[in-house]
Design a protein around this ligand. Structure first.
Ligand SMILES: Nc1ncnc2c1ncn2[C@@H]1O[C@H](COP(=O)(O)OP(=O)(O)O)[C@@H](O)[C@H]1O
Ligand SMILES: [Mg+2]
Length: 312
């Protein structure tokens, strides 16, 4: 379980900016560990460096500093890629091929021999729900079907790790749901999944852990539960008081819904929280529960990125 499937240590990538342009530092000092069995999401706005990281892992580009391993093998070596499936960002299949021909082409490229190719392609199309479209030309496919076909390609040979770059980008809600279900199924069948996305709610729904990348730098990581726990924010439920009443402490806001009101409390330490709860009790509130405040992954992302930029 704690066997690292992806391990990056201080990885950096600088692109030469081309003729007379400034070089671009796409990734800086980026360290990350993904364990076996995780569904790990790398989040970040467009241009944050997510695709750069994936390409460096797969040996498509060479990092300019740092090191990394995939399934225990140094990146850039064929052995590191042997058990890895990859769905590239905005991939294309030749439109004149049928779904089964497209997969057959990839099976051939990855060295499957003729007898196993056809059966493997048919099996994978069934797996991604495209069995009845096997003989339809790819140019007729919707974006969601294209992504599922791409996923089938990535699953060829039963990889231990599947890397998906923006798997749901441009896909409609039903298609996104189908892709999420496939990711969940993959994870349940023991495959480690690493995905890039700028779609935060997608990551929130499917990933067990996530890292946030901004401007090439890691600015946050943790389980989805950790990332969505708002620091210094708590919610207490209790009997309502008149919001105008003296005694409602500073930093407490109040929704006076009967029969229980929700108090939002901003406190930087347990001592401060306890003092504020004391003031609420003094104001006549009967409490029934206190919890850590929650934020959506999107709010977490905005706050974490803003904190990182303020710290610079
Ligand atoms: N081949 C390249 N040459 C020069 N700059 C690049 C190249 N690929 C990406 N970049 C730049 O590196 C930064 C990170 O890009 P990318 O990794 O594609 O981000 P993301 O996948 O998070 O949208 C961006 O500023 C992008 O313009
Ligand atoms: Mg990208």
């Amino acid at each position: 379980m704690h066997d690292p499937v992806v391990q990056a240590t201080s990885l950096g990538k600088q692109y030469s900016g081309g003729f007379r342009a400034k070089p671009i530092q796409a990734l800086s000092d980026f360290s990350l560990t993904v364990h076996r069995g995780e569904v790990f999401g790398l989040l970040g706005p467009n241009g944050a460096g997510k695709t750069t990281f994936i390409k460096a892992l797969l040996g498509v580009i060479r990092p300019t500093s740092g090191s990394a391993t995939l399934l225990g093998q140094p990146i850039g070596t064929p052995a590191s890629r042997f058990r890895v499936g990859y769905l590239p960002e905005q991939h294309r299949f030749p439109g004149y091929l049928t779904a089964v021909q497209a997969l057959d082409l990839y099976a051939r490229l990855s060295g499957h021999d003729a007898p196993s190719r056809k059966s493997e392609s048919v099996r994978l199309l069934g797996r991604v729900g495209l069995a009845e479209w096997a003989d339809t030309k790819v140019k007729k496919f919707s974006k969601g079907m294209m992504q599922r076909l791409g996923l089938a390609q990535a699953l060829m040979g039963d990889p231990e790790l599947v890397i998906l770059d923006e798997p749901t980008d441009g896909v409609d809600p039903i298609g996104r749901r189908e892709i999420r279900d496939l990711v969940t199924w993959l994870s349940q069948s023991g495959t480690t999944v690493f995905l890039n996305s700028h779609l935060l709610s997608e990551v929130e729904m499917v990933c067990t852990r996530a890292a946030i990348l901004n401007d090439g730098k890691l600015v946050g990581q943790g389980s989805i539960a950790e990332l969505t726990t708002a620091p210094a924010a708590y919610e207490a439920q209790g009997t309502p008081v008149d919001a105008g009443l003296p005694g409602l402490p500073d930093g407490v806001t109040h929704d006076g819904e009967l029969p229980w009101a929700t108090y939002r409390i901003h406190a930087d330490s347990p001592e401060e929280l306890t003092a504020m709860l004391g003031q609420l009790i003094k104001a006549g509130v009967t409490l029934r529960q206190v919890t850590s405040g929650k934020r959506t992954l999107e709010q977490a992302f905005v706050e974490i990125v803003a904190d990182a930029e303020a710290a610079n």
